[in-house]
Design a protein around this ligand. Structure first.
Ligand SMILES: [Zn+2]
Length: 656
C-alpha cells in the first residue's frame, strides 16, 4: 500500500462528464507535458498559501475544524495527482517534472506541520462529538510529529530533515524505476521458461534474448529456468537493481530518521514511530516477531531440506555435495510443489485472463459489500489505464471511483500498490478515488497473482468505501500496522470454491478452475509457509534493527542477518538497495505486514461460515472500512467482531 504523505492537500477541477455512468468526482487531471505539470504546480502552491493565510486569520469557531480539513481536501486535489503521476506517466519529462514539484509540496507540507498558529487554533476549536475529538487528536499528533512544539533550532532542523527525507526517498525510487536493468539469455538457457515470456523480447547483437527484471519476466525465469546459471544471473540482476547509489541513500535516510527521533528525545526512530501505532514500541514489535519465528523456523528448515534433496535428485548429485542457493529456492519449490501437490502456478494462467481476473475480483467485492463496479470510457495517463465508477447497489448512487493500470511498461512503478487519490468527506458530499497499479503478464495470472490482485483491491476498497466526515481521517489513513489488514484479509478468498465460481459469472468463456487444482494450490501454500514467514520475519526484523542502530550500515547488517538464515547471504548482492518499502513510508514499519496479518486472520473468523456473506460483508463495510481512522483501529475491530482482537487465529495457522 502506498499513499501520499499524510499531511495532505484544492479547488475541484472541472468535472469530466463523458460516459455513463458519470464519475461522482472530478477526473484524474491530464498532464500534457512537463510545462503543464509546472503550471499546475505553481498555481496549486499559490492557492495553498492563500488558503493557509485565510485560515490563520479565522477565529477557532464552530466551522474551524471543517475549514482546517479543507486544507487536506486541497492537498488531495492538487498534490496527490502530481505525486501519483510521477510513478506512472509514460513521458519521462512529465515524471521528472512531477518529481520536482513533489519536493515543493513536501516543503510546503513540512512548513504547515510546524505552523504554531494553526496548531493552537486546532486545540481551541470546538468539538461536537467523538469523531471531532479523534480528528483533533490525530491532527495534533501530526503537528507534534512535524516538530511544531520543538524549540527554534531543533524545529528548523526537523523541517530540514523531513524535506531531505522526501528527496532521498524519491531518488531511491527513481533509481529503481529508471534502472532499466537487462539480462541476456540464450534460448537454451531459457529452457523450461514458457515461450510466451520471451519470444517477443528483443535480441542483442549476439542473438541472445534480452529480458528486463520486471515481474512478468523475472518470476517465470526464477520459477522455471532449468539452467542454474540463468537463474543466478537473473536473481543477481534483480537483487542489485538499486545499486550502490541506493545503499548510500538508505544509509542517509536511516541516519536522518535517527537524528529526527533524537530531536524529540527518543533513543531511536523505532520507538518514535511506533508509539502511535498498535504495537506502541519497538520492544513489543520485536517480541511479536520472535514469537512468529519461534512458530515457523523448524518448518522452514524442513522445507529447505526437502528443496535441497530435490536439487540433488534433479542434478543427480550426492546430497552432501549439493548446496541450495538463493536462486534455487523458487525453482525447486515449484518442482516440489509439482511433485508433491501436482501444482504448477503457470497452469493457472489459462483460467485467469487479466481483464476477467479484475472483473472477478470486483465481483467478489460486489457480492460481499453491496456495491457495483462499472467501467467507463475516460481519458487517463495511459491508453491502457481504466476507470471504474463504484456505486452503492441498494441506492444506485455513485459513491467512488477507481483507476486501474494493469501491465508493465518502461518507467512505470514496478511493484503492486494502491494510491489513495481522494478521501471521503461526508461533510462535503465528497467521494473518494483510488488508483490500483500492478504489473501483470498479458497471458493471464497465476493464483499467487490473483491473490496479489485481491490484496490490492482490498486497499482500493478501503479508500473507496470510506464514509468519514473528514478527508484527513478517510480510508487508509489508519494506523500503519493496521493498514495491511483489510487487504491481507481478502487474500485467501481465492482458495474458496464458491468464490472461484464467481469467475464464470464475469467470464462465461473462461474455463472453470478444476477443484482439484485449487485444493493442490492450497496444500502447496501451506507447505511453503515456513519459508514465506521466515522471509517476512527477516524483512521485518531487519527493518527494526536497522532503525535502532546508532550507526546504521545497511549492507553489513543485511549480510549478517540474512547470513544467519538457512540459505545464507550471497556476497556481492545488495537486497536493501531495492527495499523501497523501508526507504519510504514503511521505514521502521515493515513489521506492520505481519502485525496486520494477525488482525486480518482475526477478521476472517467472522467470514468462516461464508466468505460471500452479504450480511457480514456489509457490516464489515460499515463498521471497519467506512470508518477510516475516525476511530482507533482496535476499536473498529472490536465493533465488528464484538470482542477484543486476538492472535489465536494467526498462531493456529502458523502451527497447523
Ligand atoms: Zn498492501
Amino acid at each position: 500500500m502506498k499513499s501520499a504523505p499524510t499531511f495532505l492537500a484544492a479547488l475541484l477541477l472541472a468535472g469530466a462528464a463523458q460516459a455513463q455512468p458519470r464519475l461522482p468526482g472530478p477526473n484524474f487531471p491530464a498532464y500534457r507535458d512537463a510545462a503543464d505539470v509546472q503550471t499546475r504546480c505553481d498555481s496549486g502552491l499559490q492557492g495553498a498559501k492563500r488558503q493557509v493565510a485565510a485560515l490563520q486569520k479565522r477565529k477557532p469557531d464552530a466551522g474551524w475544524l471543517a475549514a482546517f480539513d479543507d486544507l487536506t481536501v486541497y492537498f488531495e486535489d492538487q498534490q496527490y495527482p502530481n505525486d501519483f503521476v510521477l510513478n506512472v506517466h509514460p513521458d519521462k519529462a512529465v515524471r521528472d517534472a512531477a518529481q520536482a514539484c513533489s519536493l515543493r509540496w513536501a516543503d510546503f507540507a513540512s512548513s504547515l506541520g510546524q505552523n504554531e498558529r494553526l496548531f493552537r487554533a486546532l486545540k481551541k476549536a470546538p468539538q461536537r462529538d467523538a469523531i471531532d475529538a479523534e480528528f483533533v487528536r490525530l491532527a495534533s499528533a501530526q503537528f507534534e510529529d512535524s516538530g511544531v512544539a520543538l524549540p527554534g533550532p531543533k524545529r528548523a532542523r526537523a523541517k530540514q530533515i523531513l524535506d531531505k527525507l522526501t528527496e532521498l526517498d524519491q531518488q531511491f525510487n527513481k533509481n529503481l524505476r529508471d534502472a532499466g536493468t537487462r539480462v541476456a539469455f540464450t534460448e537454451a538457457e531459457l529452457k523450461g521458461v514458457p515461450a510466451s515470456v520471451w519470444e517477443k523480447a528483443s535480441r542483442d547483437d549476439q542473438g541472445r534474448i534480452v529480458l528486463g527484471v520486471d515481474y512478468p519476466s523475472y518470476v517465470p525465469v526464477m520459477r522455471s529456468a532449468e539452467s542454474e546459471a540463468a537463474r543466478e544471473r537473473m536473481w543477481r540482476a534483480k537483487v542489485n537493481e538499486g545499486g550502490q547509489a541506493n545503499l548510500e541513500l538508505l544509509t542517509q535516510i536511516v541516519r536522518l530518521r535517527g537524528e529526527y527521533a533524537q530531536l524529540f528525545g527518543f533513543d531511536n526512530y523505532v520507538d518514535f514511530n511506533l508509539r502511535r501505532q498498535m504495537a506502541k514500541d519497538g520492544a513489543t514489535a520485536l517480541r511479536f516477531l520472535d514469537s512468529v519465528t519461534g512458530a515457523v523456523n523448524e518448518r522452514e528448515r524442513v522445507e529447505l531440506q526437502e528443496l535441497r534433496a530435490a536439487k540433488a535428485q534433479h542434478l543427480g548429485t550426492p546430497l552432501e555435495q549439493t548446496t541450495l542457493q538463493r536462486w534455487d529456492a523458487t525453482f525447486y519449490s515449484e518442482r516440489v510443489k509439482r511433485e508433491k501437490f501436482s501444482v504448477d502456478q503457470n497452469a493457472f494462467r489459462r483460467y485467469f485472463p487479466p481483464q476477467a481476473s479484475l472483473a472477478f475480483a470486483m465481483r467478489i467485492i460486489e457480492t460481499l459489500m453491496g456495491v457495483k463496479y462499472e467501467r467507463v470510457d475516460n481519458p487517463l495517463w495511459h491508453d491502457e489505464a481504466q476507470t471504474y465508477v463504484v456505486s452503492d447497489a441498494t441506492t444506485g448512487q455513485a459513491i467512488a471511483q477507481l483507476y486501474v493500470d494493469l501491465y508493465p511498461r518502461d518507467g512505470k512503478y514496478n511493484h503492486a500498490a494502491v494510491w489513495s487519490l481522494r478521501g471521503s468527506a461526508t461533510r462535503l458530499g465528497r467521494t473518494p478515488a483510488a488508483a490500483l497499479v500492478v504489473n501483470f503478464d498479458r497471458q493471464g495470472l497465476t493464483l499467487d497473482e490473483v491473490e496479489t490482485l485481491l490484496h490490492e483491491l482490498g486497499h482500493a476498497v478501503h479508500v473507496d468505501l470510506s464514509r468519514t466526515r473528514y478527508a484527513a481521517t478517510s480510508g487508509t489513513s489508519v494506523m500503519h500496522d493496521f493498514v495491511e489488514a483489510p487487504s491481507q484479509m481478502l487474500e485467501d478468498w481465492v482458495y474458496d470454491k464458491r468464490v472461484l465460481a464467481l469467475m464464470q459469472t464475469v467470464c462465461a468463456e473462461c474455463p472453470p478452475v478444476p477443484d482439484a487444482l485449487v485444493e493442490q494450490a492450497k496444500a502447496a501454500k501451506e507447505y511453503g509457509k515456513g519459508s514465506q514467514f521466515g522471509r517476512q520475519h527477516l524483512y521485518a526484523s531487519y527493518d527494526l534493527t536497522l532503525h535502532q542502530s546508532a550507526k546504521p550500515e545497511p549492507l553489513p547488517l543485511w549480510a549478517r542477518m540474512e547470513g544467519a538464515t538457512p540459505l545464507g547471504y550471497v556476497p556481492g548482492t545488495m537486497f536493501p538497495a531495492g527495499f523501497a518499502h523501508i526507504a519510504g513510508g514503511y521505514g521502521a514499519g515493515y513489521y506492520g505486514y505481519l502485525w496486520s496479518l494477525v488482525v486480518a486472520m482475526d477478521l476472517r473468523t467472522a467470514f468462516a461460515a461464508d466468505k460471500l456473506s452479504p450480511d457480514v460483508g456489509r457490516r464489515y463495510r460499515e463498521l471497519v472500512l467506512g470508518q477510516g481512522a475516525q476511530k482507533p483501529a482496535p476499536e473498529l475491530v472490536k465493533d465488528f467482531l464484538g470482542r477484543e482482537s486476538n492472535s489465536q487465529a494467526f498462531f493456529d495457522y502458523l502451527k497447523r
